[in-house]
Design a protein around this ligand. Structure first.
Ligand SMILES: Nc1ncnc2c1ncn2[C@@H]1O[C@H](COP(=O)(O)OP(=O)(O)OP(=O)(O)O)[C@@H](O)[C@H]1O
Ligand SMILES: [Mg+2]
Length: 514
């Protein structure tokens, strides 16, 4: 139809509407992306970002509205059709096959060579070339299962480049990445831009918008509320559009609830690499304690051993030596069940894989750890109490759902994370370890999660926070320990800490002086 390339941007979506049972996800949304443009697509959890992107990429169909891409009126019937037209989407949830190699994943379904006889060598060589282009230093034959999240994402990008895309859609690509990995990703996005490729970039870390994006679009409650040039707006301006009100940014906490009683101490926690798992991170004599009512931050770069420490305490990974002391008594923890029995909870970093039962209802996901709590006889689940629990946390965390019986896989990414958090908060443990508690959670909900953690501390729970976002660690912690390469490298009072001091401690190679 319209082929006026002078005025037509690369992508124009106009009047897109989409409803799900009980939810109006998109209402007459317009969205435009230009050639060689890096476009930030912003909005609170549940605003409709992923839904619009799924429509764009042919994974879902709109109820009404039109899509123009590269000058022509199109509608992609499937992700494959969108890919053929030059749009590749990297979803919030990865879609790689874990038990296949990098090369197989990059060329899945369209291997070079004849249809019947795929030349492994050609496959590997082409993959190697792509990997070099984006700086992924691995063998093309490595299994995807053994890659870090950042590396898996790079495989998805290699796949996108190999398809000669003109527009790459990235739904929250940085939420699971470290600072260095983010820089690497940004370098790739900039290089793509130089080659004329546009990127749609979804993020909840608004400073990233100002670092890399040219233009932005903001959605609120399924409606388009603003768009423009990044250089003509500010973080505050964007937040106002997103939430429709003023919002305080993260500030250092004023009061502390720490008591002198040690709730949990770990001593000389060590874990050695097994032959079978070459990429595992070792722990070397990790030691620290956390007091009742205290929030202890653990800061470190990726690979520092923070998550491994959390998993070791929670009984998710076996330790080789070391002591775990709860309320002054040494305990043996060999499984998460043991940890829960001793009152230790863990909100894991990788919630999709470790924490949610995606095909079950929200109510089940939320109450699953607290069944002891809500069942009067210890066996049956008391539906009324379960409803109460869901209600309480729904309003506390502002979880957007149509009903407690909604399948959790249909919630927006950020809202799924709130459910996992709520599950552990409901258990009211003695010690709660939260690993990246606000990953993928929007700016408004982040403040809510922080307030909730403060409230838990005030009620005497000892809290350990692991976060790659230093402002978050600084805002939450009474005290911070730093780790590097499986060792504790320093300790500093929250009040004395700043980003620079933490970075210095996080990059120290020596153990802290005992
Ligand atoms: N398949 C589905 N069935 C029912 N409701 C759905 C489905 N997919 C999305 N929704 C609902 O549509 C709304 C928009 O969700 P969407 O995933 O697009 O949000 P989002 O902006 O990507 O949020 P987040 O930042 O948390 O990822 C939410 O209320 C969500 O629960
Ligand atoms: Mg989303």
């Amino acid at each position: 139809m319209t082929t006026d390339n002078q005025t037509m941007p690369l992508l124009r979506m106009s009047g897109i509407s989409k409803s799900f049972p009980g939810v109006r996800a998109l209402e007459c949304v317009n969205f435009e992306v230009g050639e060689a443009e890096i476009h930030a697509f912003l909005g609170e959890n549940g605003a409709g970002k992923s839904t619009l992107l799924k429509i764009l990429s042919g994974a879902q169909s709109q109820d009404s509205g039109r899509i123009f891409f590269d000058g022509s009126d199109t509608n992609f019937a499937s992700p494959r059709a969108a890919q053929m037209a030059g749009i590749v989407t990297i979803y919030q949830e990865f879609t790689l096959a874990p038990d296949m190699t990098i090369a197989e994943n990059v060329f899945i379904g369209r291997e070079p060579g004849s249809r019947l006889f795929v030349s492994r060598r050609a496959l590997e060589q082409q993959t190697q070339a792509l990997m070099e282009r984006i700086g992924l230093d691995r063998s093309p034959n490595a299994l995807v299962r053994d890659l870090s999240v950042a590396e898996q994402q790079m495989v998805e990008i290699a796949r996108a480049i190999s398809m000669k895309s003109r527009l790459i859609v990235m739904d929250e690509p940085t939420s699971a990445l470290s600072r260095t990995e983010v820089q690497k990703l940004f370098a790739i996005i900039r290089a793509l831009k130089r080659d004329g490729i546009s990127t749609i970039f979804v993020t909840h870390r608004l400073e990233e918008v100002f670092e890399i994006c040219d233009r932005y679009t903001v959605l609120r409650d399924g409606r388009h509320v603003g768009a423009g040039s990044v250089s003509e707006t500010s973080i505050d301006g964007i937040i106002r559009m997103m939430v429709g009100r003023e919002l305080g940014l993260l500030v250092k906490r004023q009061s502390t609830y720490a008591t002198p009683d040690i709730a949990l101490a770990v001593e000389e926690l060590s874990r050695r690499r097994k032959n079978t798992d070459a990429s595992a991170i070792e722990l070397h004599g990790v030691w620290f304690n956390v007091k009742k009512g205290e929030i202890l931050g653990i800061a470190g770069l990726v690979g520092a051993g923070r998550t491994e420490t959390a998993r070791a305490i929670f009984g998710a990974d076996k330790i080789d030596s070391g002591r775990i002391i709860v309320d002054g008594t040494e305990v043996q923890i060999t499984s998460p069940r043991d940890a829960i029995d001793y009152g230790i909870g863990l909100v894991p970093e990788d919630r999709k894989q470790q924490a949610l039962f995606l095909s079950l209802a929200i109510r089940t996901n939320l109450s699953i750890a607290s069944h002891d709590l809500i069942s009067s006889l210890g066996v049956f689940i008391n539906a009324d109490k379960e409803d109460q629990l869901v209600d309480e946390y729904k309003s506390l965390l502002n979880i957007r759902m149509s009903s407690p019986d909604q399948i959790i896989g249909n919630l927006s990414g950020g809202n799924q994370q709130k459910v996992v958090l709520a599950r552990w908060l409901a258990l009211r443990p003695k010690v709660l370890i939260v690993d990246e508690p606000t990953r993928g959670i929007d700016v408004g909900a982040k403040v809510e999660v922080h307030n909730l953690l403060f409230e838990m501390a005030a009620s005497g729970i000892a809290i350990i926070v692991i976060s790659s976002e230093l402002p978050e660690i600084l805002a939450l912690s009474d005290r911070i320990v730093t780790m590097r390469e499986g060792r504790i490298t320093g300790e500093i009072a929250g009040a004395d800490a700043d980003q620079e001091k933490l970075m210095t401690l996080m990059t120290l190679t020596k153990d802290r002086a005992a």
